[in-house]
Design a protein around this ligand. Sequence first.
Ligand code: PMP
Length: 320
Amino acid sequence: MTNTPAFDSVPDTYKVKYTWLDGQLVESAAAVVPLMTYTLQYGLGVFEGVRAYDGARGPAVFRLREHMERLHASAHLVQMKLPYSVDELVAACAQTMAKNGLRSGYLRPVGFVDDGKRGLGAMNNRVRVGIIVWPWGAYLGDEGLKRGIRAQVASVARMSPRSFLPKGKITGQYVNSIIAKRAAVLSGYDEAILLDEVGNVAEATGENIFYVKGGVLHTPSTSSPILEGITRDTVLTLAREHSIAIEEAAFTREALFSADEVFLTGTAAEVTPVREIDGHVIGSGSRGPVTERLQSVYFDAVNGRLASHEEWLTSYLPDM
Ligand code: PMP
């Protein structure tokens, strides 16, 4: 073989020494699972994406408890019993960040089903939990946060609640998002926006969606098949506190095409403006004023610069 395929590899800067697995911190290299892990075969697992910021009050994880509550809620939807309580998982996440000496970064708690009985009907295999952490910058790029990104309306629909459980952050369900994301990236876009089965806008592949028209902030209501994002809730809370009018209701792609501003929210993507959708320039074609204001207050919140919402921060002391 002369041509070696170039695979992406984990950058050294993302490699952290310790991973939390089944109740203890172990060397990351030892945190491995068997090939017949039920979750690897069938996609039945639950996960979270959480961020920590080195803010004004020192390193703190943002809305950690809500993320661990959602992990438990996702597990409940698929009848997986997580062997750790919300409190135990909150402590474990903080401990994993601290032990790795990380002052900021991304946390990926995952609940998965081990090998044991084989076949789809296995009900009592051991449920395990891992927490992986790493330093991570802006998911859709620093430039994306400032200038906005370009998105495509996906040809695949957001999974139907008739067939799946879209309110759960369930590993296998992400194939739906990946199909849409790959098609968008291969067509030269940054992100995909998925419609639901009846043609209303649902969300992006790993972000909720908002648009602004005439000063009013719009987003699909929680009766849409969306993941109920914690960033979505944060932005709605902050918007209310800044007297921005809000409408949570169904809308079609036309509303996006003629919007003044569109932006996406997610723990990874934070608050990312969308400047173009399917070749339609959105508003002025750059980050709009309402997006900029909400983005700025969001960064104040996650960085502990708001006098209110101290309850959103779980502080920890990183090992030196
Ligand atoms: N929708 C989907 C499908 C997601 O995966 C995510 C990321 N968890 C979001 C929305 C945003 O959720 P959050 O703000 O809680 O990160």
